[in-house]
Design a protein around this ligand. Structure first.
Ligand code: BGC
Length: 365
């Protein structure tokens, strides 16, 4: 499988502060002055904590610079997002920031936007199979996947395992989201040596993104799959770890495990990581249940996107972009890739609470 075509390569990490030669001003200009134009922001769903934080950060940043912002959520419904895109084009948006539901489903709208000379910024999820995508702002998704692998290596103590083999199950993200490729490949590349030397074994034998993927990142679907795996494969063996690409999937898997008796001294919960650093996952980590998560700071992603849009609309040429890693099937999309952080019980307070990502009160502290 050609990683380039699927948009995944080793993204070059760049620091937001060095991205633009003439960087965008974040403050000072009053919203009271005439609007600098409408910017449309499309987010996939309001039912996930992270997209609400993303939407709020982008909207507030753009409004502070004097833009009018229309922020729309599509309830994970593709036709709704298609309509929202067309609506914003009709309303004369000057730029569009899009986190897609299905990366390949917006091509007609993107072509219309391009014909109207509206710059398109693919937000966090790469818009696929369209040449009408101007920029991509995200995290280094392959590296995020590697971090998911590292979490299991450390949490399961794979370098000096308590027994051999340790038994694991794999979960992947939504098959229509290109990020799932980086997450899964990055993690599996990290875990491969441990499969090869017999330290790790997949209890059910189920692997491959097509087999272990979770459509629309649906935690209820993942819970059902975990329950089925536990009853089919774990009556005589014990599950030691779970690869999970998303906190709600991790928490659902842990629930399913508890329901069949895991979580005692004699039968500890499997080691599970996650992604997005949602409040419930942080609480679970502090309680010693979920082992870790990957924090992708939506505030940095929002700020980088705001700066990018302001530069484009002010006629400044964005610089410092990665122009080799993300091919969307039609073209290489110039990308701004931010860094992510592994969060465990040991550094949760310093990385999450002290930085204000979640407050102590939100975490019940
Ligand atoms: C994002 C993740 C998120 C997932 C589910 C992915 O595209 O990169 O941060 O957990 O979608 O919404």
């Amino acid at each position: 499988m050609n990683k380039k075509i699927l948009g995944i390569g080793l993204g070059i990490l760049v620091s937001v502060g060095t991205v633009f030669a003439s960087g965008g001003q974040q403050s000072g200009r009053a919203a009271a002055s005439a609007s600098k134009g409408l910017v449309g922001v499309l987010m996939p769903t309001r039912s996930e904590e992270r997209w609400i934080k993303d939407g709020d950060a982008v909207k507030a940043g753009l409004e502070q610079l004097g833009y009018t912002v229309e922020l729309q959520y599509a309830d994970d419904d593709i036709p709704t997002q298609v309509r929202q895109l067309e609506d914003l084009i009709t309303k004369g948006a000057k730029a569009l920031i899009i986190a897609s539901i299905d990366g390949s489903s917006l091509s007609n709208g993107l072509a219309e936007a391009a014909a109207a000379k509206i710059p398109i910024i693919s937000y966090d999820r790469l818009l696929m199979r369209s040449s009408n995508v101007d920029y991509y702002v995200s995290f280094d998704n392959y590296k995020v996947g590697q971090q998911m692998g590292e979490i299991l290596i450390k949490g399961m103590n794979l370098d000096s395992p308590a027994k051999k083999p340790l038994i694991i199950e794999l979960f992947a993200g939504s098959p229509d989201d290109n990020n799932s490729v980086g997450f899964y490949d990055g993690a599996m590349d990290k875990l491969k040596p441990y499969f090869d030397n017999g330290t790790l074994l997949i209890g059910s034998g189920q692997q491959g993104r097509d087999v272990v993927g979770t459509l629309r990142w649906d935690a209820a679907e993942a819970m059902k799959r975990m329950e089925n795996l536990l009853s089919a494969y774990y009556t005589t063996q014990t599950l030691d770890g779970i690869l999970s690409p998303y906190d709600p999937i991790s928490l659902s898997c842990l629930e399913a495990c508890k329901a069949v008796g895991y979580g005692t001294a004699g039968k500890p919960l499997p080691v599970v990581g996650g992604q997005d650093c949602i409040i419930a996952a942080c609480k679970s980590i502090l309680a010693g249940e979920q082992y870790a998560t990957v924090l992708k700071d939506t505030r940095s992603l929002g700020a980088a996107t705001v700066t990018l849009v302001d530069n484009i609309l002010s006629g400044r040429t964005p610089t410092g972009l990665d122009t080799s890693s993300y091919h969307n099937g039609s073209k290489i999309v110039p990308s701004l890739l931010l860094d992510s952080v592994i969060v465990t019980k040991d550094n949760l307070i310093s990385t999450v609470v002290d930085t204000g990502y979640h407050t102590a009160a939100e975490l019940g502290l």
